[in-house]
Design a binder for this molecule. Structure first.
Ligand SMILES: Cc1ncc(COP(=O)(O)O)c(C=O)c1O
Length: 479
C-alpha cells in the first residue's frame, strides 16, 4: 500500500488496491496506523468502493489538542548546503517571468540548440514506441546502442572500447556526476580549469571532494596553461576535468596542448581525467577535435563523456554516455543501478538512429554546424567592433564568452551600480530585454555568456539591443 503524506492534517486522497476486499463491496474499515514521523496522526476510517479507490481522512490529534504539535526538522544535509544553486536557472526563470508578463525578452541564456531533433531520429523514437520498445532497458544501456557507441568511438575518435566499457545514462550530466561519485573520496581534489561548465565544481562538492579552480586567460583563448596545472597537482589530486569544445568559451584544445597536459598527467598515478566531449561535433574547421583518451598512455586513466543533446539537438531525450576502463565504468554502472536504472528505451532507439547518420552525424549535423558558424561569425564581428569589449573567437560549441568588465563600476540612474557580471546581465535584461548568463556562474566574473542557439535574425536584434543598452550606459564610448 502506498500512502503519500503531505504536511497537512488531512490526507485528502490515497489510492491503493487491497487484495482483501471484493470489488463489489462497499465497506467501511477502521485502520490504526502508527507512523514514527507522523505520530500525531491517527486514521479515522477508510471507505472502500468498487473501484478500490479509497479516501482516508486523517485526523490530527492537533485538531483536538494543539499543545503537543510536532515540529518537523527541516534541516538539510551539509552536502546539499555546500552546493550553490544554478545562476543559469535563476536568470532563465527571471527571463521567463518577464516573457510571461508580456515583455518581449530575447532569451540567449539556454544551453540548447534551437533546432528540432532531426526527423530521422525522431521517427526512430516514434517507431520504438509503436514497436513496443517501452520496457525497462538494461542498466548500462541496450547492447545495440552500446555497440553503436563503440563503433563511433573507434571510427571517429580512435579509441577502442567494448560494450561493457560503456554506460548509457539519462544525459551526459548524469554520466559526469556518476563518474565523479565513483572515483572521488572525501577530501580528494578535482582540478577544473575556469571558465568551467557550471556543474563541475558542484558535482565535486556532492562527492565531498574539493574543486580546485585553475583560471585561464582570454588572451590564451581560455586554454589551460600546463605549467599552472603542474604546479597545482598534489597527492590529493584525483580528477582533472577537461571540456573541449568548451561550454562556456567555445575554446577547442589543440592536440599539441593536450599532449603537453597528458605528459604532466602521466607523472601522477592517482590522477584521472574526465574528458567532456559533448560539443565534439559542433566545431569550426580548421579547429579539430582530439579525444584525450586517444593520446599515448591516457586510455587507462581517462573517462570519456559524450552525449546526444547538443550535436543531434536531443536535449529533451536525455541521453548521454561514458566510456572508460572497466573498473571505473562498472562503478558508474553500480551507482546508476541504485538511482535511475537504464536510460529511456525510446531515447536509446533514437540514439542508435543518430549514430547511424554517418561520420560526425553526416549532413544532418553539418547543416546545423554551418548555421552555428554563420551566427558565430556575425556575433564575433559585431561585438568585435564595440569599444571596451574583449573577445576570443570560439572554435566550437555555440557560446560566446565576452569580457564586458570595462563597463563595471558605472552608476546607472534608477538601476544602481553595475558591479559585476550579474548586475550587468540584470541591466541588459531590464534595459535591453536580452537574457544572458553572468560569467560569474562559470567562474569568470569579467565575462558574460551569450548562447547563439537562435536564428540570425534574432541575434541581429539582440546585438542591436545590447549595443543600445551599452551606449546609454557609457555615452562617451564610440561604437
Ligand atoms: C559541457 C557540458 N557537459 C555536459 C552537459 C550535459 O548534457 P546532457 O545532460 O543534456 O547530455 C552539458 C549541457 O549543458 C554541457 O554544456
Amino acid at each position: 500500500m502506498a500512502i503519500s503524506l503531505h504536511n497537512s492534517t488531512n490526507i485528502s486522497r490515497v489510492g491503493f488496491a487491497s487484495p482483501f476486499l471484493g470489488s463489489n463491496s462497499a465497506s467501511k474499515v477502521s485502520i490504526s496506523v502508527s507512523l514514527p514521523s507522523f505520530s500525531n496522526l491517527s486514521f479515522k476510517s477508510v471507505e472502500t468502493s468498487s473501484q478500490q479507490l479509497y479516501r482516508i481522512s486523517a485526523m490530527s490529534k492537533a485538531e483536538s489538542s494543539s499543545s503537543d504539535q510536532v515540529k518537523v526538522d527541516i534541516s538539510l544535509s551539509p552536502r546539499v548546503n555546500s552546493v550553490k544553486p544554478s545562476k543559469t536557472v535563476a536568470i532563465t526563470d527571471h527571463a521567463t517571468a518577464l516573457a510571461q508578463a508580456g515583455v518581449p525578452v530575447i532569451r540567449l541564456a539556454a544551453g540548447e540548440p534551437d533546432f528540432d531533433t532531426p526527423a530521422i531520429i525522431a521517427e526512430a523514437g516514434i517507431n520504438a514506441i509503436r514497436e513496443g520498445y517501452t520496457r525497462y532497458s538494461p542498466n548500462a544501456g541496450t547492447l545495440e546502442l552500446r555497440t553503436a557507441i563503440c563503433h563511433k568511438l573507434k571510427e571517429e575518435n580512435g579509441i577502442s572500447y567494448t560494450p561493457d566499457q560503456i554506460v548509457v545514462s539519462n544525459g551526459a550530466k548524469q554520466s559526469i556526476l556518476q563518474a565523479v561519485l565513483a572515483v572521488c573520496s572525501p577530501g580528494d581534489e578535482v582540478i577544473i580549469p575556469a571558465p568551467y561548465w557550471v556543474s563541475y565544481p558542484e558535482m565535486a562538492r556532492l562527492a565531498d571532494a574539493t574543486p580546485v579552480i585553475l583560471p585561464t586567460l582570454i588572451s590564451d583563448n581560455f586554454l589551460l596553461d600546463p605549467e599552472l596545472l603542474e604546479s597545482n597537482i598534489t597527492e590529493k589530486s584525483r580528477l582533472l576535468i577537461l571540456c573541449s569544445p568548451s561550454n562556456p568559451t567555445g575554446s577547442v584544445y589543440p592536440k599539441k596542448l593536450l599532449e603537453k597536459i597528458a605528459e604532466i598527467v602521466a607523472k601522477h598515478p592517482r590522477l584521472l581525467v574526465l574528458s567532456d566531449e559533448i560539443y565534439e561535433h559542433i566545431i569550426y574547421a580548421p579547429a579539430a577535435h582530439t579525444s584525450f583518451a586517444s593520446l599515448p598512455g591516457m586510455w587507462e586513466r581517462t573517462l570519456t563523456v559524450n552525449g546526444f543533446s547538443k550535436a543531434f539537438a536531443m536535449t529533451g531525450w536525455r541521453l548521454g554516455y561514458i566510456a572508460g576502463p572497466k573498473n571505473f565504468i562498472a562503478a558508474c554502472n553500480k551507482i546508476q543501478s541504485q538511482s535511475t536504472s537504464g536510460a529511456s528505451s525510446i531515447a536509446q532507439k533514437a540514439g542508435v538512429a543518430a549514430l547511424g547518420l554517418g561520420y560526425a552525424g553526416g549532413e544532418v549535423v553539418s547543416t546545423m554546424v554551418k548555421a552555428f558558424r554563420e551566427r558565430r561569425d556575425f556575433l564575433v564581428k559585431s561585438f568585435g567592433e564595440l569599444e571596451g569589449v574583449k573577445i576570443s573567437e570560439p572554435q566550437g560549441a555555440f557560446y560566446l564568452f565576452i569580457d564586458f568588465s570595462s563597463y563595471y563600476g558605472i552608476e546607472v540612474e534608477g538601476f544602481g551600480k553595475i558591479e559585476n557580471s550579474e548586475s550587468l546581465c540584470r541591466y541588459l535584461l531590464d534595459k535591453g530585454q536580452v537574457a544572458l548568463v553572468p560569467g560569474d556562474a562559470f567562474g569568470d566574473d569579467s565575462c558574460i555568456r551569450i548562447s547563439y542557439a537562435a536564428s540570425l535574425t534574432t541575434l541581429q536584434a539582440s546585438f542591436e539591443r545590447i549595443k543600445k543598452a551599452l551606449i546609454s550606459l557609457r555615452p562617451a564610448v564610440p561604437v
